[in-house]
Design a protein around this ligand. Structure first.
Ligand SMILES: *[C@@H]1O[C@H](CO)[C@@H](O)[C@H](O)[C@H]1NC(C)=O
Ligand SMILES: *[C@@H]1O[C@H](CO)[C@@H](O)[C@H](O)[C@H]1NC(C)=O
Ligand SMILES: *[C@@H]1O[C@H](CO)[C@@H](O)[C@H](O)[C@H]1NC(C)=O
Ligand SMILES: *[C@@H]1O[C@H](CO)[C@@H](O)[C@H](O)[C@H]1NC(C)=O
Ligand SMILES: *[C@@H]1O[C@H](CO)[C@@H](O)[C@H](O)[C@H]1NC(C)=O
Ligand SMILES: *[C@@H]1O[C@H](CO)[C@@H](O)[C@H](O)[C@H]1NC(C)=O
Ligand SMILES: *[C@@H]1O[C@H](CO)[C@@H](O)[C@H](O)[C@H]1NC(C)=O
Ligand SMILES: *[C@@H]1O[C@H](CO)[C@@H](O)[C@H](O)[C@H]1NC(C)=O
Length: 491
C-alpha cells in the first residue's frame, strides 16, 4: 500500500556503552543554549510568507550556539534558510545523501512525538563505515560525532541543536542524530499535516555559510487498522528485502492471524516485480495494512559493509522512529522468522495483555527455536517442496533453544530509543517471558542449507506443533486474500 514517505528514509542506532560518555559530554555545566530561536509566538500567522521579510526574522532571534561567532553564523544561516522559497534550487544535497561537507552519510529521516518528547531523527551510517559503503570515486571526510557541531534549521528559520549518538555493537554500527522539533515544525507536521523542509547546518568548519544537507519529512498517515481503539496496534517491519517477496504473503498472513495490524516492507531489490504484485493485491484487499519503505539508495550506489544485511541496523531504527508513534508494540524480523504465541494464547495480543497490560517495559525478549533439516546434510522431499508453506515444510528443530545472542524483541516503542538486531540497546527493562508462552520460530533452511548450532545430526527433535496449529488457518486466509485475484501464480 501506501509508500511510507518520500525518498528520505532512515534509521539508526546506538549503543549503550557510549551513553554515559555521551551524557557526560553533553551535560557539562557550561554547555548552554536556547533551543527555539524565533517565532515562539504560538499563532500560525507569522509562519507563512512573512519569512521573506528579513528584518522581521532578525527581531525574534534568540541566540543559539556556544560562542558569539557560532551564534552569528547560525543566525545568518537561519535568515538565509527562512528566505528560501519552498521549491528553491538551493543546491544542497537531499537525504538520502552524503552531506555537502562530506562528514555525514545520512540514509533517512523521520519525526516522532514519543521520542524525547518531540523530535526529528536522522539515521546515518557510522563514520568509520562511510568510506567502505560509498562508491570508490566519491570522496568523503567521515567525522566522529564528538568532532561535529550540528543544528537543525527549519524553513521558518527556527533552530534547534542536534544531539548525536554513535553506536557500535560488534559489527552493528549506526549513528543517530536527534534534534527537537521547533514549535513551527511541530505545528506544521501534526496540526497542519504538511511536509516540512528541514536543513542540517554545521558549525564544525567556520567557512561554510549554508547548511550541509536538507530533508523533507512527513508524518505517516495512521492507517484504519491501527485506529481501532479496541485493539492494541502491533507493527511488524521486515529486514531489508532482496528478492525474497515470494515468502512474504504467508509471513504476513501468519502474523495477521496472531495479531499484527501493520506491516512495513523495507524494499531493496525486486527484479521480478514480485513484490509489486503482492503489494497491489494487499492494496486492493486491505488498504493501509502494508507499507513499503524504499531502502535501496541506488542514487548513492551504496554497498553495505555486511552485504547480506544491507543497512539492516539502520532500517531497524527507521522502523522504530517512523512507526513508533502509531504502534503500541513493534518488532522487526526476517521472513524466515515467525513470532508464535503458545497455548493457551491464540494471539500475541492476548499474551501481551494478560502478561504485561500497561506495565512500563521496554521489550519482550523472544528466544529462537531453530527449525532445520533432520539430516543437516540434506533436505527431505517435504522440506524441498516450495509449494508448501514454510511452517509446513520444516518440522524438525534444534532440541534446545538457542539462548544467547540470537534473540529478537517485541518492543514498546514508547520506551526504547536505540536498538540492535539481537539486542535492545537502550531503554527500559527487557522482560524475559516464559518459554512456554511465546517463541520465535526461525526457519534457518528456507532458501538454502545452512549449518546452525543445535541442528547437527542427532540433535534435532520432531516438532509438529506450529504446523498443526496454524497451517490450515494460514491457508484459509491466503485463500481469502487471493479470492478476487486471478493471479494465483503469486504463491
Ligand atoms: C503573536 O502574534 C500575533 C499575530 O501576529 C501578534 O498580534 C501578537 O502580538 C504576538 N504576540 C507575541 C507575544 O509576540
Ligand atoms: C553574518 O552576516 C553579516 C551581515 O551579512 C556579516 O557581516 C557577518 O560577517 C556574518 N557573520 C558570520 C559569522 O558569517
Ligand atoms: C493528512 O494528509 C493525508 C494525505 O497527505 C491524508 O490522507 C490524511 O487524511 C490527512 N490527515 C489529517 C488529520 O488531516
Ligand atoms: C476492531 O477490533 C474488533 C475487535 O478485535 C474487530 O471485531 C473489528 O473488526 C475491528 N475493526 C476494524 C475496522 O479493524
Ligand atoms: C501474475 O504474477 C506474475 C508474478 O509476479 C507476474 O509476472 C504477472 O505479470 C502477473 N499477471 C497478472 C495478469 O497480473
Ligand atoms: C522495490 O525496489 C525496486 C528498486 O530497488 C523498485 O524497482 C521496485 O519498484 C520497488 N518495489 C516496490 C513495490 O516499491
Ligand atoms: C544424511 O545425508 C547424507 C547425505 O545424503 C547421508 O550420507 C547420511 O547417511 C544421512 N544421515 C542420516 C542419519 O540419514
Ligand atoms: C547418532 O545416533 C546414532 C544412534 O544413537 C549413533 O549410532 C550415531 O553415531 C550418532 N551420530 C552422531 C553424528 O552423533
Amino acid at each position: 500500500m501506501k509508500r511510507a514517505l518520500f525518498n528520505s528514509r532512515m534509521l539508526i542506532f546506538v549503543f549503550i556503552s557510549n551513553l554515559s560518555i555521551w551524557l557526560f559530554r553533553h551535560m557539562k555545566p557550561n554547555y548552554v543554549f536556547v533551543t527555539i530561536t524565533q517565532n515562539s509566538n504560538n499563532s500560525y500567522t507569522p509562519y507563512s510568507n512573512e519569512c521573506n521579510d528579513r528584518s522581521r526574522l532578525a527581531d525574534g532571534w534568540k541566540p543559539v550556539g556556544h560562542t558569539i561567532d557560532e551564534q552569528n553564523l547560525l543566525h545568518n544561516m537561519s535568515i538565509v534558510v527562512a528566505a528560501w522559497p519552498a521549491n528553491t534550487k538551493d543546491n544542497i544535497p537531499t537525504v538520502p545523501c552524503l552531506s555537502a561537507d562530506g562528514h555525514l552519510l545520512v540514509l533517512s529521516v523521520a519525526a516522532s512525538r514519543i521520542r524525547y518528547g518531540i523530535s526529528l531523527t536522522f539515521v546515518a551510517v557510522y563514520p568509520t563505515d562511510m568510506k567502505a559503503v560509498l562508491p570508490k570515486h566519491i570522496s568523503s571526510h567521515p567525522l566522529a560525532s564528538n568532532q561535529q557541531s550540528l543544528w537543525c534549521i527549519f524553513s521558518d528559520g527556527s533552530v534547534t541543536p542536534v544531539y548525536i549518538y554513535d553506536s557500535t555493537y560488534y559489527r552493528e554500527r549506526v549513528s543517530l542524530l536527534d534534534c527537537p522539533l521547533s514549535q513551527f515544525a511541530n505545528d506544521q507536521l501534526w496540526k497542519l499535516n504538511q511536509t516540512i523542509r528541514v536543513y542540517l547546518a554545521s558549525t564544525t568548519t567556520k567557512d561554510r555559510k549554508i547548511p550541509i544537507l536538507k530533508a523533507f519529512v512527513k508524518v505517516p498517515v495512521v492507517s484504519i487498522t491501527s485506529l481501532n481503539s479496541s485493539q492494541e496496534s502491533f507493527t511488524l517491519c521486515t529486514s531489508p528485502l532482496r528478492n525474497k517477496a515470494n515468502y512474504l504473503v504467508q509471513w504476513i498472513e501468519f502474523h495477521r492471524l496472531v495479531g499484527f495490524t501493520k506491516f512495513v516492507i523495507y524494499n531493496t531489490t525486486d527484479t521480478d516485480n514480485y513484490l509489486s504484485t503482492v503489494i497491489n493485491i494487499y492494496n486492493q484487499k486491505y488498504p493501509g495494512l502494508v507499507d513499503v519503505v524504499q531502502w535501496s539508495f541506488s542514487t548513492l550506489g551504496l554497498a553495505d559493509v555486511v552485504s547480506i544485511r544491507y543497512f539492516q541496523v539502520e532500517a531497524l531504527h527507521d522502523c522504530l522512529i517512523r512507526y513508533g508513534d502509531q504502534s503500541e508494540w513493534l518488532s522487526a524480523i526476517d521472513l524466515d522468522e515467525y513470532i508464535v504465541p503458545l497455548p493457551p494464547y491464540k494471539t500475541i495480543v492476548d499474551y501481551v495483555q494478560q502478561n504485561f497490560g500497561r506495565r512500563i517495559i521496554g521489550s519482550i525478549n523472544l528466544k529462537s527455536q531453530f527449525f532445520c533439516s533432520k539430516n543437516s546434510s540434506k533436505y527431505t522431499p517435504d522440506e524441498k517442496d516450495t509449494n508448501r508453506l514454510t511452517i509446513e515444510r520444516f518440522t524438525f528443530r534444534a532440541r534446545h533453544l538457542y539462548e544467547r545472542g540470537r534473540e529478537k524483541y517485541l518492543y514498546r516503542p514508547r520506551f526504547v530509543q536505540y536498538l540492535s538486531i539481537h539486542r535492545q540497546v537502550i531503554g527500559l527493562s527487557k522482560e524475559q517471558p516464559s518459554e512456554k508462552h511465546i517463541t520465535i520460530a526461525h526457519y534457518v533452511s528456507m532458501t538454502r542449507l545452512r549449518a546452525m548450532r543445535g541442528c547437527g545430526l542427532n540433535e534435532t527433535v520432531k516438532d509438529n506443533s506450529i504446523r498443526n496449529r496454524f497451517v490450515n488457518k494460514v491457508k484459509d486466509v491466503i485463500e481469502t486474500l487471493m479470492n478476487k485475484h486471478s493471479n494465483r501464480s503469486i504463491l
